[in-house]
Ligand binder design. Structure first.
Ligand code: COA
Length: 169
C-alpha cells in the first residue's frame, strides 16, 4: 500500500492547497493531510480549528485522512507508515526553501521521498497569509478558499479579528 503525507500549517486551508490535495491524492492508496501545530508561526486559527477546516474540505475524498502533528515531519511520516511527502510549488520563489526542506528531510529519513506538484495556474497567487490579510480588511475571500468552509471561515475571521481588536484597546 502506498501512503503519502501532505504537510502544512493550513492557517487556513486555501483553494491552492485543495488543488494539490485533490490532484496528488489520486496517486496514493492513502493520503494523509498533516496539519502542523507550528506554535512558532503563531497561527491565527488553533490546531483543532485548522484540522476541522481541512477535514470538512476533504470529506468527499475517500482515501484522504487528516491528522494533526507536532513532531519532526519525518518522524510523523514514519509513525503513520508513509514513505512519501507531497508539497505544492507555486513559483520559483518557493523552490529554494522547499529544496532545502526536502534535503533536510532526506538527511533525517532517507527512505522518505519528497514529491513536488506544480500548483495549477489559477491558484499560484494564493497563500494563507494573503487570505488572512484580505479577510482582516473585510474583503471577499470567495474563490480563495474552498466553498465548503467559506461562510464558516468568514464568521471565524470576524470573531478572531473582533477579539484581537478588543485585546488591542
Ligand atoms: N497553494 C497555495 N498556498 C500554498 C501551497 C499551495 N499548494 N503550498 C504552500 N502554500 C503556502 C501556504 O499558504 C503558506 O502561506 P503563508 O506563509 O503566506 O501563510 C506558505 O505557503 C507556507 O506554507 P506552510 O503550510 O506554513 O508550510 P511550510 O512550507 O512552511 O512547511 C511544514 C510547513 C509543516 C511542512 C514544516 O514546517 C515542517 O515540516 N515542520 C515540522 C518540523 C520539521 O520536520 N522541520 C523540517 C526540518 S527543519
Amino acid at each position: 500500500m502506498t501512503a503519502a503525507i501532505c504537510p502544512g500549517t493550513f492557517d487556513p486551508i486555501t483553494n491552492g492547497h485543495l488543488d494539490v490535495i485533490k490532484r496528488a491524492s489520486k496517486y496514493f492508496d492513502r493520503f494523509i493531510v498533516a496539519v502542523a501545530a507550528r506554535p512558532d508561526k503563531m497561527p491565527l486559527f488553533n490546531l483543532r480549528e485548522r484540522v476541522h477546516m481541512v477535514s470538512t474540505t476533504t470529506k468527499n475524498l475517500p482515501n484522504v485522512d487528516v491528522e494533526p502533528f507536532d513532531t519532526l515531519l519525518v518522524d510523523f511520516a514514519k509513525s503513520v507508515g508513509a514513505t512519501s511527502i507531497v508539497k505544492g510549488l507555486r513559483a520559483i520563489s518557493d523552490f529554494e526553501y522547499e529544496f532545502q526542506m526536502a534535503q533536510i528531510n532526506q538527511a533525517m529519513g532517507e527512505e522518505i521521498e519528497t514529491f513536488f506538484m506544480m500548483a495549477s495556474a489559477e491558484y499560484t497567487f494564493i497563500s494563507s497569509s494573503a487570505v488572512r490579510e484580505v479577510a482582516s480588511y473585510g474583503g471577499s475571500i470567495k474563490g480563495l478558499v474552498p466553498g465548503d468552509i467559506e461562510n464558516e471561515l468568514v464568521e471565524m475571521f470576524n470573531s478572531k479579528f473582533n477579539s484581537l481588536e478588543k485585546g488591542a484597546v
